[in-house]
Design a protein around this ligand. Structure first.
Ligand code: FES
Length: 344
């Protein structure tokens, strides 16, 4: 499968990386990650150039990695610095070293042309770390489906009413149409539901009981990054959508890592503007969000299996599919552009 390579992808939560070698797969490429003695994290290609033995099966010695098969040893730049029993080191005795950054508690790697790696291109959420907002590290879900199916799901407010009945949705939203806005590398799908009961999650944590106005804004950035802005206010108190920060608001960020054609990692965290000093609710709120995202996992994995069983199946296109279809065209265009650049 072809992927967008010129992008930063999150690999793993940084606090999971220590002084041992760990293997990760991004865009079908195996990576070995470890923490240097000075605390920085390194990502190398997890394949020894001699026989393709995974370096993650070897040993971390100081800031070098020793292959577990014949002992070739590589530094943090991927350069071979030792071959047991041999003085001369061939010039091609190297492994790729990936540009790496840590942001939002996640390790990000750049999978394309290293010269184009610019940390400013990492997915941006302005509220993270800003005054008046509280960020809570979430989890990573491994879903056995193509990453674009999960992207479809994360551009689709209409499913919330049916899939997340005890967490993120209520029946009131079923017939409310969605609005789409398109940029060059971004899509927003949104809708307001006015004068309705609060969604279960906000009724529980936001302590909302009467009629509310509530919103969902699904903000997508290519190739597979999402900030879902959801919130509520007492009905009639926020007539202008631009003022929705005056209500209770949460940005649930979903940062996807395609592993291979039928596996994706969904790294997620949330940032909220209510009960920001009550950190004792974080774990339970995270568990409730996880419950909702597990509901998506169940249906997406079943869809994946059914699509594989029905190779000739063609999707029926509904009105709610406009944004997901546009997203897929954006990703295809990026892949085509990269391929054309590589051919020049
Ligand atoms: Fe790594 Fe031989 S496979 S040194």
């Amino acid at each position: 499968m072809k992927y967008v390579k010129d992008a930063w992808y999150p690999v793993v939560w940084a606090d999971r990386i220590g002084r041992e070698l760990s293997r990760h797969v991004v865009l079908e490429q195996p990576l070995v990650l470890f923490r240097r003695e000075d605390g920085r994290i390194v990502a190398l290609q997890d394949a020894c150039p001699h026989r393709l033995a995974p370096l993650s099966l070897g040993k971390l010695k100081g800031d070098t990695v020793e292959c577990g098969y014949h002992g070739m040893t590589f530094d943090c730049a991927g350069k071979c610095v030792r071959i047991p029993g041999q003085e001369i080191i061939p010039a091609n005795a190297t492994v790729a070293a990936y540009p790496l950054e840590v942001k939002y508690g996640l390790v990000w790697v750049w999978m394309g042309d290293a010269a184009a790696a610019d940390a400013a291109k990492i997915f941006q959420l302005d509220q993270y770390g800003a005054e008046g907002w509280h960020a809570v590290q979430g989890q990573t879900l491994r879903i056995e489906c193509n990453y674009l199916s999960l992207c479809d799901n994360l551009l689709d407010p209409a499913h919330v009413t049916f899939v997340h009945t005890t967490t993120l949705g209520t029946p009131a939203g079923a017939t409310v149409p969605v609005n789409n806005e398109y940029g060059d590398d971004a899509i927003t799908v949104w809708r307001w539901i006015r004068g309705a009961q609060a969604i279960p999650l906000f009724a529980k944590y936001g302590k909302l009981s009467g009629a509310v106005d509530r919103w969902h804004y699904y903000n997508y950035t290519t190739p597979c990054f999402f900030a879902i802005d959801m919130g509520s206010c007492v009905s009639g108190t926020i007539p202008d959508a631009a003022d929705r920060h005056e209500g209770i608001q949460m940005h649930a960020c979903h940062l996807l890592t395609p592993v291979d054609e039928r596996t994706v990692l969904q790294h997620w965290f949330h940032v909220r503007n209510f009960r920001i000093d009550e950190h004792d609710i974080d774990a339970e709120l995270t568990a409730d969000l996880d419950k909702a995202f597990q509901e998506d996992k169940v249906i997406l994995e079943r869809i994946q299996r059914e699509e594989e069983r029905n190779a000739d199946y063609k999707r029926i296109v509904l009105g709610i599919d406009a944004a997901p279809r546009k997203m897929r065209r954006m990703v295809d265009r990026l892949i085509e552009r990269e391929s054309a650049g590589a051919d020049r």
